[in-house]
Write a protein that binds this ligand. Structure first.
Ligand SMILES: [Zn+2]
Length: 144
């Protein structure tokens, strides 16, 4: 039976046995897991972190970003958990799976590149603070 709703359960350690319809989160370890929403009983791990999944909790329930694509599992389920509600995507084709994977790699790469850019920007800020401040002021007055 398909799971329609997920409730958040914060745990210290991830239990070995998971229950249907519960999104377990061990925040300290950046770990989240649930049983596949299709009902196949597969344990789905969605590590939390800047290059992994992002967890948001609203009054209605937990949301995970991005979507959950269980292409390594036999069921190949693909769904979102949004405010505790499961939203299904159509099954992934092989092509989409590959595209999804490279999108994920792209996301990771972009993240680390951003980090590099941030570092460079930090250096620039330290070195050229007064220059940057002057530029900012000037552009303000120029209305650019
Ligand atoms: Zn499944």
């Amino acid at each position: 039976m398909k799971t329609k709703k997920f409730d958040l359960k914060r745990v210290e350690y991830m239990p070995n046995e998971l229950e249907n319809g519960i999104l377990y989160v061990a925040e300290e370890f950046g770990a989240a897991a649930h049983l596949c929403a299709c009902g196949c009983g597969e344990k789905i791990r969605t590590p939390l972190g800047p290059t992994e999944w992002r967890l948001e909790v609203s009054r209605q329930g937990p949301s995970l970003t991005p979507s959950i694509g269980n292409w390594q599992k036999p069921c190949r389920s693909h769904y979102w958990i949004r405010h505790g509600i499961v939203a299904w995507a159509s099954e992934w084709t092989e092509k989409q799976v590959l595209a999804g994977r490279s999108a994920e790699e792209e996301r990771r790469r972009a993240y680390y590149e951003d980090k590099e850019i941030e570092k460079d920007a930090e250096k620039e800020v330290k070195m050229g603070f007064w220059h940057a401040a002057w530029e900012a002021l000037r552009s303000l007055f120029n209305g650019k």
